[in-house]
Design a protein around this ligand. Structure first.
Ligand SMILES: [Zn+2]
Length: 276
């Protein structure tokens, strides 16, 4: 396969910008755990290729002083929708306290890695600011900071991938909310917690994994009040503070964990949409 847009003269990049380049499949060879890169030669990889098929493009990038190679492969086999008979429709509520809550009561813990490493990160960044700019020690310290950022990102990604894979595997369809965080971002503590949770990234992973398996994802309209509505009788509360961890319906007396109640509403919405 030919990708002419890739066969152009390499762009010069500034120092300090993310370091990466993409090359076509013709200049790269992979054998087992080894990869041959142009100019550089054979290099050992951390793991073997997990897919068979035609290599389309190869991107080499550096993050936190580690080199990564990302290989796009056309496996030639179209994704066949999975048999989901017997699997339930699942409602997923995302949040800060629990990363995700399912209508059946399953909670996925939110690792909030930034919160955990915040003090250490601050300390290392302070150290960096005291080094002589671009000196050997400055670079050394910079790598330390980069590695910490990388570890934080990895922890977040890991939690997201584990939860989304598990949810998608057990569902025939999924109901989710549309994130509307703009009004929450004004609150500083909350906005920090929100960006640390990266809920948008979580939902997009969930959606893409569901799409791969051919599972329908129903996204609630932005005005859909998943938290304020009683999942038992449909009564809608005017006010619901973030600190109310329990949902209590004044109309029918229904009591449920706040997030579970929201997840049930999202499930019902998805079920209703599937039936109509
Ligand atoms: Zn009710």
């Amino acid at each position: 396969m030919n990708h002419p847009q890739l066969n152009r003269f390499p762009k010069y990049k500034k120092r300090g910008t993310p370091q990466s380049y993409t090359t076509d499949e013709q200049s790269v060879k992979v054998e087992g755990k080894h990869i041959k890169l142009p100019k550089i030669g054979w290099i050992r990889m951390f793991q073997e290729l997990r897919f068979e098929g035609e290599m389309i493009r190869v991107t080499i990038s550096r993050t936190a002083h580690r080199w990564f190679v990302s290989i796009t492969i056309d496996t030639g086999t179209p994704n066949t929708p999975r048999d989901t008979r017997g699997l339930p429709v699942i409602g997923v509520d995302v949040g800060i306290n629990s990363l995700a809550t399912l209508d059946n009561g399953t909670h996925y813990e939110n690792p909030r890695p930034l919160k955990r490493y915040e003090r250490k990160l601050k300390r290392e960044q302070r150290k960096l600011s005291r080094k002589v700019f671009l000196s050997q020690n400055w670079y050394k310290q910079k790598r330390k900071v980069e590695r910490l950022h990388y570890r934080i990102a990895c922890m977040r990604l890991d939690a997201h991938h584990k939860a989304t894979t598990e949810i998608v595997k057990g569902a025939s369809a999924i109901g989710i909310e549309t994130l509307k965080v703009t009004h929450l971002l004004k609150n500083r503590t909350l906005s920090k917690a929100l960006s640390d949770s990266a809920l948008g990234g979580f939902l997009s992973k969930l959606k893409s994994k569901a799409a791969t398996l051919g599972i329908h994802v129903e996204e609630a309209a932005e005005f859909f009040a998943s938290s304020k509505t009683c999942s038992n009788c449909g009564e809608k509360k005017e006010e619901l503070s973030l600190s109310d961890r329990q949902y209590q319906c004044v109309s029918c007396g229904f009591t449920e964990d706040r997030d579970v109640n929201a997840a049930i509403n999202l499930k019902n919405l998805a079920v209703g949409q599937m039936e109509s």
